[in-house]
Design a protein around this ligand. Structure first.
Ligand SMILES: Cc1cc2nc3c(=O)[nH]c(=O)nc-3n(C[C@H](O)[C@H](O)[C@H](O)COP(=O)(O)O)c2cc1C
Length: 423
């Protein structure tokens, strides 16, 4: 526990922090059960629904520094959100004629600002600081997904971001093969001046379905406590009550939940407050929030496919719905139909969809293929695929991140398809 009399730690770079003290605007991870960073599954409505059901803090999906740098911060008055957007260059000098801005990161300051941790994928201290500067005034903390030059990155963030923005810096790692290796790493990380450390209790080669290994946890918790760094455990925690019990058992400060929250975010509700809600209730809350914040429809549908059970009966048709109106009709949420129409209008879905543009190569490819002209269709779709393969893949932060954070300690962000199939 924190005592005001504990002497300050002097970090390698000279920054002094009081053990256990937290920057003024920062959040203390101790005693918290939190939503894990999840590419695709941790977008704004997923975070809001987790908070609604009692998550204490929420991590945003890993966002690659390069994709954030160069974005413009915009306030969306209609939804009450802040969006960091940019022109999708797709490697071209001049943006395509009809290009709409890509949203790289979106948050809701009133509903999550004080509880949101921005997770960054980075391999360079300078870029990390440049990226952090863009969001630091709007979020409650910055987390780094382990990767190359990790200590140098954390030190740069502690030096350049903490004093100015008064929020904490934290890190998320996986365990290494031996406890001795993990201990060395954790000691080095704790000496950088971070305020929090999350350990995913799997080694990098372990698959998500393999049971988490908790043998090293007590040691990690001890090292963190000695340094005044809050320690969260992650891996196979399925609900709030279990998280609190496990935290006590292993001496850590709290727990982080990913897969269980992706499936049913009411896992953050304690048994005393009602426990896990039936899937329909959680799905309704999610759909309402997704429509309110005008979430990308493809993302909403992806999440629904995870949350709605019974692949044959319901899951199949959901993926075929083309609008919120259809989703709400399909799920018998007739009381939400008015909101659904408003969201469809804002996002130009269903009856409000715009006719496909003539120059849309993807549409052309599909049309050609449908008409039986496969050679031309292949040519058209190849042009589109090549564009997507450019390094600046704004719409695919997870893939971009994967190429950058591949040290043994790294938490490899899952490709959406892998993530989906691993549930
Ligand atoms: C769909 C999905 C996306 C993920 N994306 C990230 C990410 O962006 N950053 C990260 O550090 N971990 C990511 N992870 C890993 C989780 O945060 C977590 O460490 C892992 O799933 C173990 O927790 P669990 O056993 O509760 O699922 C992702 C996991 C899933 C399932």
């Amino acid at each position: 526990m924190y005592h005001a009399t504990i002497p300050p730690i002097v970090h390698h770079h000279g920054y002094r922090s009081q053990q256990g003290a937290h920057p003024r605007r920062g959040v203390d991870y101790r005693g918290k059960i939190v939503l894990a960073p999840m590419v695709r599954s941790g977008e704004l409505p997923s975070r809001l629904v987790a908070l609604k059901y009692g998550a204490d803090l929420v991590w945003g999906p890993e966002t690659v520094d390069r994709s954030m740098i160069g974005t413009t911060r915009r306030v969306n008055d209609a939804t009450g959100t802040i969006e960091w957007t940019r022109q999708p260059s797709n490697g071209q000098k001049a943006p395509p004629e009809h290009a709409t801005e890509s949203t790289i990161y979106k948050m809701h300051p009133a509903k999550e600002g004080e509880k949101l941790i921005f997770q960054m994928g980075t391999s360079d201290p300078e870029r990390a600081v440049a990226c952090a500067r863009l969001v630091a005034a709007d979020v409650a903390g910055i987390d780094v997904n382990a990767g190359y030059k990790l200590c140098a990155i954390l030190e740069a963030l502690v030096r350049d971001i903490v004093p100015e923005f008064e929020i904490g810096i934290s890190v998320k790692i996986r365990i290494l093969d031996t406890a001795a290796e993990t201990e060395t790493l954790v000691r080095r990380l704790c000496a950088t001046g971070i305020t929090g450390l999350t350990v995913h209790c799997r080694t990098t080669p372990m698959r998500p379905r393999e049971r988490a290994i908790r043998g090293q946890l007590r040691m990690i918790a001890d090292v963190c406590r000695e340094a005044g760094v809050a320690c969260l455990m992650n891996g196979d925690v399925t609900n709030r009550d279990e998280g609190l019990k496990l935290a006590e058992e292993f001496g850590v400060d709290g727990a982080m939940i990913a897969t269980a929250a992706e499936k049913n975010p009411s896992c953050f509700r304690s048994q005393a407050d009602g426990g896990l809600a039936p899937w329909r209730e959680a799905v309704e809350e999610y759909v309402k929030l997704a429509m309110e914040v005008e979430n990308k429809y493809g993302n909403t549908k992806f999440l629904l496919a995870n949350m709605v059970p019974g692949k044959q009966v319901l899951h199949g048709p959901i993926t075929q719905c083309r609008s919120h109106t259809q989703v709400c009709q399909h799920l018998d949420f007739s009381h939400l139909l008015e909101k659904a129409r408003a969201a469809d209008m804002a996002l130009e879905l269903g009856e409000f969809a715009r006719a496909p543009r003539k120059k849309d190569k993807k549409a052309n490819a599909a049309a050609l293929a449908a008409g039986g002209n496969m050679a031309q269709a292949r040519k058209a779709s190849k042009t589109t695929d090549n564009k997507l393969a450019q390094p600046n893949r704004l719409a695919q932060p997870a893939q971009a991140a994967q190429t950058e954070t591949s040290l043994p300690v790294a938490e490899p962000p899952l490709q959406p398809a892998v993530a989906a199939s691993s549930m």
